[in-house]
Design a protein around this ligand. Structure first.
Ligand code: SP5
Ligand code: ZN
Length: 348
């Protein structure tokens, strides 16, 4: 399988995040994507392509236009009042009535369009997020053209995407690369697309984007939201609404989860995707389930990632892998590529 990668991601280095009451160095660093690229090349999985510019249309098919305008202009507005630090929100509506109205001041806008104080905007954030999404779009297109060949592709996206909703950033995410790819596969003719999210954190953004839709089936394995970020979604009782009722499946798992329980839950998700009659799959591939991940609490080991990959051969093809989280910089590349290698070995 081939991969899509853009070095524009380097323009986004958020520097700080608010974690545990402290402004600390961001865990989401440029080094992560470089490690994944290196591991992909070293393993000889396939070729690496630079995405062409498919423009804003596939992004606007998922995200609200006012949110995109905000992302594009936020740094300049922030720089006009604050010259030293990355832009981070400090105030939120928090569901207090009356309904929120977009404030004029950038400080208010940051809170209006953000779900946490861990996702800073710096000078290169928009450029990096835009090209991260373009990697996902190009990889999806390639699967429909049969061009760069094969029934699987890997988008080395950075910044990640699965926490971003149609109109909010958070969890280091600005544009929802996986949702944009799934929507793009729909636009290119796939009747029903599965999104399987195996990042440690619940893909709250992806879930919310497809919550009321039947044409994209969302299944996620993640830390129980009682115990970890994003806290406000990912419970097993959340199954979608309206036309989307039954097209969302959440499999929350406890802190300390190891491979046997993890793989059992994965089989459940794969059974549900099989039953849903999907014709293509997007995998939100986070490897922050790793035992030495600095912000997570599952206990998967290096060898487990190939085991995950082998099981994913049951997914409806074509399959697009979209890189999400994973913060143990020493192992993030080999773990992510471990899934791809297991997958390729598992395909007959
Ligand atoms: C894409 C992705 O994986 N985003 C994750 C964002 C998580 N941010 C909040 C993490 C809170 C962790 N709290 C436990 C700290 C342990 N020292
Ligand atoms: Zn994560």
């Amino acid at each position: 399988m081939d991969a899509w990668y853009s070095d524009h991601h380097q323009a986004h280095d958020a520097q700080s995040e608010l974690l545990g009451g402290q402004l600390t160095a961001s865990h989401e660093t440029p080094l992560r994507a470089e490690r994944v690229l290196d591991a992909f090349l070293e393993a000889g999985v396939g070729l690496v392509h630079t995405p062409p510019d498919a423009g804003l249309a596939p992004i606007l098919a998922v995200h609200d236009a006012d949110y995109i305008d905000f992302l594009r202009g936020a740094w300049d507005a922030w720089r006009a009042i604050e010259r030293k630090h990355p832009a981070l929100p400090t105030v939120w509506h928090a569901g207090l009535g009356p309904p929120a109205e977009r404030p004029r001041h950038i400080e208010g806008q940051l809170g209006y369009y953000a779900m946490d104080a861990a996702s800073a905007i710096v000078a290169g954030t928009w450029t990096a997020a835009y090209w991260s999404a373009q990697c996902a779009i190009a990889a999806a297109s390639s699967l429909m053209q049969g061009a760069e060949g094969g029934s699987a592709a890997f988008a080395i996206c950075r910044p990640p995407g699965h926490h971003a909703t149609a109109r909010a950033m958070g969890g280091y995410c600005y544009l929802n690369n996986a949702a944009i790819a799934a929507q793009h596969l729909r636009a290119l003719g796939q009747p029903r697309v599965a999104v399987l999210d195996i990042d440690y954190h619940h893909g709250n953004g992806t879930q919310s984007i497809f919550w009321q839709r039947d044409d994209v089936f969302f299944a996620s394995l993640h830390a129980d939201p009682h115990d970890d970020y994003p806290y406000f979604s990912g419970h097993a009782r959340e199954r979608g609404e309206g036309d989307g009722l039954g097209a969302t499946l959440n499999l929350p798992l406890p802190p300390g989860t190891q491979a046997p329980e993890y793989l059992a839950a994965l089989e459940q998700a794969l059974d549900a995707i099989e039953a849903a009659g999907c014709t293509a799959t997007v995998v939100s591939l986070g490897v922050d389930t790793f035992e030495r991940d600095p912000i997570s609490r599952f206990k998967l080991r290096e060898g487990d990632y190939a085991q995950i990959g082998v099981r994913l051969k049951r997914l409806p093809r074509p399959v697009l892998f979209v890189f999400e989280g994973g913060y143990a910089t020493g192992e993030v590349g080999t773990n992510a590529v471990g899934v791809l290698r297991g997958y390729e070995a598992g395909i007959e």
